[in-house]
Write a protein that binds this ligand. Structure first.
Ligand SMILES: Cc1ncc(COP(=O)(O)O)c(C=O)c1O
Length: 428
């Protein structure tokens, strides 16, 4: 009898958990206030749009240009989502509320609870599955700080294929543990520039100790994909990636409903815009008047100092150009801890909504980010990623300025920072 009872409880718990994982992703494109300007070809030797045709998994390419509002999540992807820790928790930040003496509510969606410790796995999984279903045996990508390469490596393993990751050489040298994790997951990691591609060799010829860059990494990954007939996985900026990341906002919507709460303010951090778009777009659809704030690094002030224009997606100028807020593809930010926020532009859909004023933006400097990370770890017990620290800093600042308004502020904490502890090197 007891055994039967525990089996029933297990069953109920598993279906409830599973029910929180949506069956469809949300694509914001048909709901944008204007038509999304199309990508532009950068004709060099080869059309860059045609290039996408040859290197992206076909399904990803289809999703990139679709006007369909909801896209079915394949069953096998949903099953893997469950294995990766989804649904991730939506937590009432009571410790932080107490610390700030706030009588409203602070909630955070915690993407650090996934197996790789960030939201990047949400798009790596479907992309790897689509690639595997098309019969390729290996996917290839680049990584800077390592979060994306880690997600790609494990997603490829889940899909039963291999992953090749070109890791920016300076990170490869400075972050040996990141490299190890990727290898543990079965990823094949090469420091970029490498001698495995024409492009890499030409860079090494100029400088044998070249530190590398994301642009060079992309150049190598794309060349490698073309030469070996592999599929290339994309970590951010693309519409399809934001669509996959909508799992964050869709889950949050259901969790808020269960809590009986509606959000007044949404806050997230922006690198290329994938965790921010994925979190906020579904909630903006449901809660029309919600205030939305994108937090960026003050060292990479794309929204406040950048221009809304067509620009190159990558420094190597291989991929098509898109209309976005950009500091220019050659923009070289200072070295900051939040490696994932160094990107010069932001996803076209997000850029449009910033341009129309629907989404507000705030630049956060390193000092306030370190402060926010310390406060969050002491009040909530979570060492958040330096990238997510920007969102937390913006939330803390917002609450301090609106103390008496009793709002419900929901923050997306995109990852944990347990492998990025060097940010605290000089802290007491
Ligand atoms: C933890 C974390 N948060 C945020 C970002 C920024 O990327 P995106 O703007 O695409 O979410 C990154 C990128 O590497 C990251 O690793």
């Amino acid at each position: 009898m007891f055994k039967y009872y525990t089996m029933m409880v297990d069953y109920m718990l598993s279906t409830q958990k599973n029910d929180l994982i949506p069956e469809k992703w949300y694509n914001v494109v048909p709901d944008l206030p204007e038509q999304l300007p199309p990508p532009l070809d950068n004709e060099k030797n080869k059309s860059s749009i045609e290039l996408l045709n040859s290197i992206l998994p076909r399904e990803v390419l289809k999703q990139e240009f679709t006007f369909q509002r909801f896209l079915k999540i394949p069953d096998e992807v949903r099953e893997i989502y469950e294995q990766t820790g989804r649904p991730t928790p939506l937590v009432r930040a009571r410790g932080l509320e107490k610390y700030l003496d706030y009588s409203g509510k602070i909630l955070y969606k915690y993407e650090g609870a996934t197996i790789t410790g960030s939201h990047k796995i949400n798009t790596a999984v479907p992309q790897a599955i689509y690639a595997a279903n098309e019969g390729v045996e290996k996917v290839v990508t680049e990584t800077g700080a390592g979060q994306w390469g880690t997600a790609t490596s494990v997603a490829a393993s889940f899909a039963g294929i291999k992953a090749k990751v070109f890791m920016v050489r300076i990170s490869y040298q400075q972050k040996p543990l990141r490299k190890k994790i990727m290898q543990l997951y079965g990823g094949e990691v090469s420091p970029s520039p490498s001698d495995e591609t024409e492009f890499g060799r030409s860079m090494l010829k100029q400088n044998p100790d070249h530190p590398g860059s994301l642009g060079i990494g992309i150049g190598e990954a794309v060349e490698y994909a073309l030469d070996h007939n592999l599929r290339y996985l994309v970590g951010s900026v693309f519409n399809s990636v934001l669509t996959h990341q909508s799992i964050i906002g869709l889950e949050t919507e259901k969790q808020l409903e269960i809590m009986g709460t509606e959000p007044d303010v949404l806050i997230g951090c922006v690198g290329g815009g994938s965790n921010f778009g994925g979190f906020s777009f579904p909630l903006m659809k449901k809660f029309k008047d919600v205030e939305v704030i994108a937090s960026t690094a003050a060292e990479v002030p794309k929204f406040t100092k950048g221009e809304y224009k067509y620009d190159y997606v990558d420094t190597a100028r291989i991929l098509p150009s898109v209309k976005m807020f950009s500091l220019g593809a050659d923009f070289m930010p200072e070295k900051i801890y939040a490696g994932g926020l160094r990107y010069h532009g932001a996803a076209p859909s997000l850029s449009m909504l910033v341009n129309t004023g629907r989404i507000k933006t705030v630049d956060e400097n390193q000092e306030s980010v370190i402060d926010a990370l310390k406060i969050f770890s002491r009040t909530q017990g979570i060492v958040a990623a330096p990238e997510s620290g920007h969102a937390i800093a913006t939330a803390i600042d917002y609450i301090r300025r609106h103390k008496d308004e009793k709002k419900t502020v929901v923050v997306n904490v995109s990852g944990h920072g347990l492998l990025d502890m060097s940010i605290f090197r000089d802290e007491q």
